[in-house]
Each structure stands twice: as structure tokens, then as C-alpha cells.
Design a protein around this ligand. Structure first.
Ligand code: ISL
Ligand code: CA
Length: 556
């Protein structure tokens, strides 16, 4: 039985960077509303809004100080209601970002909790005594430094897996869980259609909070192996499901770093007892370095990508549901990362090829704003241009404190992997500030906005935009894309240039042929004579070869 969200396509908007309606340099809700017709034309079904709540914006809204209020820079609750009403009238559903592993340190509850040891909200957060005058354990924050912050007044430390301004909630406390469910129900009663749940598999920590395994010569240990998929995680999600989600036809996706296929079978099982799907991170790790992590210039090998996609496709088929993504607000741009943005022709071809690779798999595809016009990395070359705390902290730690690499090399790596690459303003047209705003935006516009923008894409029938439009339409029309079985074409398993896979149901087969390389290659794959090409990034067919970045889908 197909569930309503299984043949849908989700589009992510990063509110501060999408469209500024009042020219203060910051994107806002009225800006998003004014662009809903554009999203409707693209054909997407669900709009995921990155956090729009009241927040001091230390981590761009992933630090929430009031979950039932709109960030004034983005507008008002009435603006939200208008956005939702117009979206619904166009058949677009709204998915909210739910950030409940942590709150902002400016949240009322944290202020209470911090005020004294016997405050009734003390236990809403994770407070511990120090050990021998040091932090309670050796965990490192994901944004560098210790994951504990000392509070002088009460002589205890609190846990923050992310920035010190993002204290972790104590999910062991049933009152915390109850207040999260109340808040979620409040949004559901306002009419929202689902939730994307930020690092939701980090909420259950092992209660002894043991030290992590430290790498040689470093100060702190990565807590992820201990906090991801923790001891009570499935219990908490099942409880949330019973209290909020069940029977309401909502759509949910968990952001779950370090999730394995075995864990995903539980989170995203088809009996609707936890979540609908999760974001896996393994394919985002294929171009990282064992020591340097993201700060490297490695390229992902096709054989690794294929093996990873295939594992997820095969393990979840019939048992759980995949999400499919190349991009989000934390990742560099797909065309720059896995494709080729060195010139216009290669950019367009490789962006379409990568979209084809992803969109014919089983699962629900996510498109991140600008991906549909092939926006590229910004490649900022000065530290001053970076805004994201993750990038800035990493630079200082690696260059100034650890002296691991020089400034120039680190700036090159930021250009390749910084989260800012995803967060530059949406490029609408070729006017100053790309039609995003009339004022210098909070984050610099990518300098290529005159060549790459929505207006140009809409005027060119061969643009990446229309290719995505067609991919979405095909998913809506051909059940085999939603339900069919996935298989790598025999003999293709190790090829570093060509990727060939099929999707099959009882009446239809799709053969997806992709050239990951920037060169023309012979191929040996048999194309049945009764087949038709349903989508391709080349306008003509040349039999037996695949041209640079060629993508073709045959149906028979
Ligand atoms: O951004 C990262 C590196 O690419 C990840 O380590 C990221 O911190 C992790 O995926 C969790 O991300 C989510 O929670 C963070 C927030 O900064 C991210 O924007 C959000 O997507 C803390 O809320
Ligand atoms: Ca604005």
C-alpha cells in the first residue's frame, strides 16, 4: 500500500536566504509566500521550512528561544498563516523544522534551569559536577571545544553537543518530553503537515555519560558513537508517535547522523510506529578524510557512491522508507561537489546527470533551494566572507590552535565544504543582489548570479529547472519510480565511470544509464528495441556510447 507521502517531492527553504520582501537584507516569510507560485510551477509537493522561530540566531535558527513565536526578522504569526494558507491552496504541504535535542540558552526554560540548583526546571537540561576541577567527561562539541560549559553561580557544567548557546535538553525527564509533545501538537492544530526533526537520534544519552575514545594527540573525544542512536531512542520516538503523530497523516523525517541501515529499519519502518523516513549521512562522508573530516579536497569515487546507494536501496526495500538527497543547508552544492562547475556546459550536464542518479531511486527526494537551477559553491576566499560558526570555529581550531594546515589551504577546503556554500542568497535574476534583496544581504551573494539565476532558467527550455520539473512529474506519473525494485545492472558493480541500474515492477522496467565522467565512453548495456527514452540531458541519441556526463532513462 502506497502511503500519501511516498511519491511526493520535498523542497527545502532556508528562510534567511530565499527571498527578502522588505529589503532589510534578510529573507522572510512574505518573501517565501511571494515565491510559492514558482515552487508550484516546479511541481513540488511539500515545503520544508528550516527554523522560523524566535531565536538569537547563533546557529541560524537552530537555537530556538521560543517555539511558539516567529523570528521577528522573518515576520509575524499572521505572515505564517498567510504562507500556509496560500501553500495549501496550491496543494503544497508544510513541513516544520523541529529542533528539540537542544534549545537556545535564551529560552525561558534554560534561564530558569540555570538560575539555581533547586529551580524546578533544573532537570530540564543536563547538569553535572566537574571531575577533579575539569569537565564531567571528555566529549567534544560538534562546533569545536569541550561539549561542557561551566556555570560559576551554581558550580556545575551543562552539556551542549553543539554551540554553548545550544544547551541539550534532558530527555530522561518525562516533563521535558511532555512539553515537546504539547508544542508539537500546538503546531499540528495550526495546520502544519509534518516535521523534519533535527539530530533526533541524539536525544537519548547513555546515563553514565562515559568518556569517549580519544584519537592520538587531541584534547577531546567525538561523542557521536555514544550519543547517536542511544539507549532509549526508540522508546522516546514511539512515545512521541503515540502522543503526537499517530493517525494524523503527517509526514516526518528524522535527521540521523551515524544511522545504519539496521537502525533505519526501526526508525523508518512501514508500520508507522516511529518516523516515516530518516536522512542517512553515509554518502555525505565519501569525500571526507579519516583525520581531517570535511576539511579536505578528496573526490567521491563512483564505486563508493553506487555501493552506498545500493546498500540503502536493497536493505530498506519493502521494510522501511528512504529519503533521497544531495543537498541541504549543511552541505556544499552538489554540482560543485560531485559534478563539474568549471564551465556552463559541464555544469548543466553534470547537474542533470546527478539529479537523474538520485531521482530514479526508491524514496522521497529532497531538493534544496537553488539546486533546481544548479547553483554552485560560493568559493569565498577570505575568512571575513564566512558567516557560519561551524566554518569559522573550524578555521581557528585547525589553523590557529592546532597548526595542522596553513590558512590558504584551509580557505580552499572551506571553499569546497563550508556550510556557507549552501546559504548564499537564492539567485532570482541578474539585478544587484540577484533579486533576493535591494540591500546588501546578511550573507554575500555568489558572484556568478548574472549567469546562474531563476529568470534565465525559466527562459531556457533546456535548463536544469525544467529537467527537475520533468523528474518530479515522472515520479508523480510512473508508479515504478515509487514502488519498483532496484538493481544494479550485472557487470556494472565496480565501474568507476558508468552507473547502470534498473527499477522494475510487474509491467515496467526502467534502465538508468549515467556517465559520471567528463569523457565519452563505450558501453555494453543492451537496450531493448521496444524501449523509449523518457528523459535525457542530451537531445539526440548516439547508440553504444555515453558522452560526458550523459544521463538516459529507458522505459520498456
Ligand atoms: O553541519 C554539519 C557538518 O556538515 C553536521 O555536523 C551538523 O552539525 C549535523 O548534521 C547536525 O545538523 C543539524 O543540527 C545542527 C545545525 O547546526 C544544523 O544546521 C542542523 O542541520 C544543530 O542544531
Ligand atoms: Ca526581510
Amino acid at each position: 500500500m502506497t502511503k500519501w507521502w511516498q511519491n511526493k517531492v520535498i523542497y527545502q527553504v532556508y528562510p534567511s536566504s530565499f527571498q527578502d520582501s522588505n529589503n532589510d537584507g534578510i529573507g522572510d516569510l512574505n518573501g517565501i509566500t511571494s515565491r510559492l507560485d514558482y515552487l508550484h510551477k516546479l511541481g513540488i509537493d511539500i515545503l520544508w521550512l528550516s527554523p522560523i522561530y524566535e531565536s538569537p540566531q547563533v546557529d541560524n535558527g537552530y537555537d530556538i528561544s521560543n517555539y511558539r513565536a516567529i523570528n521577528p526578522d522573518y515576520g509575524t504569526m499572521e505572515d505564517f498563516d498567510k504562507l500556509q494558507k496560500k501553500a495549501h491552496s496550491l496543494g503544497i504541504k508544510i513541513m516544520m523544522d523541529l529542533v528539540v535535542n537542544h534549545t537556545s540558552d535564551q529560552h525561558e526554560l534554560f534561564k530558569e534551569s540555570k538560575s539555581s540548583k533547586d529551580n524546578k526546571y533544573r532537570d530540564f537540561y543536563i547538569w553535572r559536577d566537574g571531575k577533579n576541577g575539569k569537565e564531567p567527561n571528555n566529549w567534544e562539541s560538534f562546533f569545536t571545544g569541550s561539549a561542557w560549559k561551566y556555570d560559576k553561580e551554581t558550580d556545575q557544567y551543562y552539556l551542549h553537543l553543539f554551540a554553548p548557546e545550544q544547551p541539550d535538553l534532558n530527555w530522561e525527564n518525562p516533563k521535558v518530553r511532555e512539553s515537546v509533545y504539547d508544542m508539537m501538537n500546538w503546531w499540528v492544530s495550526k495546520g502544519v503537515d509534518g516535521f523534519r526533526m533535527d539530530v533526533i537520534n541524539y536525544i537519548s544519552k547513555p546515563q553514565s555519560l562515559p568518556d569517549g575514545k580519544k584519537a592520538e594527540g587531541v584534547k577531546y573525544a567525538n561523542p557521536e558513537p555514544l550519543v547517536a542512536n542511544g539507549p532509549r531512542i526508540h522508546e522516546f520516538l514511539q512515545e512521541m508517535n503515540k502522543n503526537v503523530l499517530h493517525g494524523k497523516n503527517l509526514v516526518t523525517v528524522g535527521e540521523t547522523p551515524a544511522v545504519t541501515t539496521d537502525e533505519a529499519l526501526k526508525y523508518a519502518n512501514l508500520d508507522d510506529s516511529e518516523l516515516n523516513m530518516v536522512f542517512q549521512f553515509e554518502h555525505m562522508g565519501l569525500d571526507t578524510d579519516p583525520v581531517m573530516g570535511r576539511w579536505t579536497d578528496g573526490k567521491a569515487k563512483l564505486s563508493d557512491l553506487r555501493a552506498n546507494f545500493s546498500k540503502w536501496q536493497e536493505k530498506l526495500h519493502g521494510k522501511a522508507w528512504n529519503s533521497l538527497y544531495w543537498n541541504n543547508h549543511d552541505q556544499p552544492r552538489v554540482v560543485s561537489r560531485f559534478g563539474n562547475d568549471s564551465n556552463e556546459e559541464k555544469r548543466v550536464l553534470s547537474a542533470k546527470m546527478l539529479a537523474t542518479m538520485l531521482h530514479f531511486q526508491q524514496g522521497t527526494p529532497f531538493i534544496f533551494q537553488g539546486e533546481e537551477i544548479g547553483m554552485t559553491n560560493a568559493y569565498f576566499d577570505k575568512l571575513e566572507d564566512y558567516v557560519d560558526l561551524d566554518s569559522i570555529n573550524a578555521y581557528h581550531q585547525i589553523v590557529d590552535e592546532e597548526h595542522k594546515i596553513d590558512s590558504k589551504t584551509m580557505l580552499k577546503y572551506l571553499g569546497l565544504h563550508s556550510r556557507d556554500n549552501a546559504r548564499t542568497p537564492m539567485q532570482w535574476n541578474s539585478s544587484e543582489y540577484a533579486g533576493f534583496s535591494k540591500k546588501q544581504p546578511w550573507e554575500k551573494v555568489n558572484s556568478n548570479y548574472k549567469e546562474i539565476n531563476v529568470e534565465k532558467a525559466l527562459a531556457d527550455k533546456n535548463s536544469i529547472f525544467y529537467y527537475y520539473q520533468k523528474l518530479i512529474k515522472l515520479r508523480h506519473e510512473l508508479p515504478v519510480i515509487t514502488d519498483g525494485e532496484y538493481a544494479v545492472v550485472p557487470g556494472n558493480e565496480k565501474d568507476e565511470n558508468i552507473f547502470a541500474y534498473t527499477r522494475k515492477d510487474k509491467d515496467t522496467t526502467l534502465l538508468i544509464l549515467l556517465n559520471y565522467a567528463d569523457k565519452t565512453l563505450q558501453h555494453k548495456y543492451k537496450i531493448p528495441s521496444d524501449s523509449e527514452i523518457i528523459i535525457s540531458n542530451y537531445s539526440d541519441e548516439e547508440k553504444g556510447i555515453l558522452r560526458p556526463y550523459e544521463a538516459k532513462v529507458y522505459k520498456y
